[in-house]
Structures are given as C-alpha cells and as structure tokens.
Design a protein around this ligand. Sequence first.
Ligand code: GDP
Ligand code: MG
Length: 208
Amino acid sequence: MIIKSVEFLTSAVRKEQYPPEGVPEIAFAGRSNVGKSSLINLLMNRKRLAKVSQNPGKTRTINFFAVNDSFRIVDLPGYGFARVSKAEAEKWGPMMEAYLSGRSDLLKVVQLVDIRHAPSAQDKQMYEYLQYYGLDGLVVATKADKIGRSELNRNLAVIRRELKLKKTDRVIPVSALNKTGTEEVLSAMEEILSANRNDPTETREGDA
Ligand SMILES: Nc1nc2c(ncn2[C@@H]2O[C@H](COP(=O)(O)OP(=O)(O)O)[C@@H](O)[C@H]2O)c(=O)[nH]1
Ligand SMILES: [Mg+2]
C-alpha cells in the first residue's frame, strides 16, 4: 500500500465528536509507551503525525486520521499507565467501549504488545475485548530491535500463547528504530480494506 496523503481529522472523547461514519477505519490499541505513535508515524511515513511522547499516558483522546482519502486510522488512548489520575483512568473504559461497540465502519483493531515481555493482564483483557467484538486477529509486537534474533521466535510464541491466538491470526514484529516490519503491517491493512471493499456487509467476523 502506498500512502499518498494523511490528514489529521479530529480528537474525540465523546461519540458526537467522532467524524461522520461511512469511511472504513482501522484502529490501534496498546499500553501507553508501547510504541503506538511511533508505529503510526512510521506506517504513514510522517515524522510527527501522532505525537511520540517521552511522557507516556498523555493521549487521553481518540485521534482520527484520514488516509489516501479512502480510509481512516484511529489512535486509541493507551492503557496501563500508573501515573494518570483515578478520574482519568475511569474515563478510559467507557470511552473505549463507546467506540469499539458502536462503530460500524471499524474493520479491525491492531493490538500492540511489547516484544520483550509476555502480554500483561491488561493486554490480555484488551485482546479478549477485541475478540468479543470480532475485531481481533492482528497483533504487532513492537521494539523488535531490543531483542536478539534467538529471542524473537520464542517471544512471539509466548505472545501467541498468552493472547490465545488462532492459527490464522498474525503477529508482526516491528521496529520503529530500524524501520522494519512496516511493509508487513501495511499489507495486512491492505488485505483488511480490500476484503471490506469486496464484501462491505461482512465488516466484522462475528456478525452474520
Ligand atoms: N528502541 C525502540 N524504541 C521505540 C520503538 N517504538 C517506540 N519506541 C520508544 O518508546 C517510547 C514510547 O513511544 P511512543 O510511540 O510515544 O509510544 P505510545 O505511548 O504507545 O504512543 C518513545 O521513547 C519511543 O522512542 C521501537 O521500535 N524501538
Ligand atoms: Mg502515543
């Protein structure tokens, strides 16, 4: 997939603030600091599209970007950051639920996990949530530059096992530092979008 144009649309907390439906969306979820903004910037080939933060836990909104005038990518707020206030933390669940449960043009949520560690309880919970909504099946393992070759397959196997992935589900290792893995992620996104173009009524696996 070639990225010809990317445009920031809006930051939303409530449903009324989302951009109008009618355009397919692929969202990105993961723990704060997992490398979500870095991945989005790399995929879109823009240096500062999604803010890369040294100060995690800042993204408390759902951020929408228009890509190639044909689909959107959606940067979901990160979870699992200890230093946010209780009030902030309590808003996260309803904000995610409102988006994930009620967005008919949402085709897939790419789940990000850190390749160095076994998925956390919250990673697992998030992924179960995606399974429930039929939005699962594509996992990106970030910061692949931080482990050696010998660890790679072992860690990917742990991720598959802990998230209870099916055989056909994918885990793609990426490194924002070495700029590796992006072609694979982009082609997975392209597959999702073209499957939707061929049969727009079957947007979610679990529906029917
Ligand atoms: N070594 C390495 N560092 C990364 C990678 N991706 C992100 N980071 C760093 O991890 C931190 C958090 O990244 P960010 O993209 O803001 O994470 P977010 O909170 O998930 O959006 C930053 O310091 C990034 O530079 C990666 O692939 N390799
Ligand atoms: Mg971020």
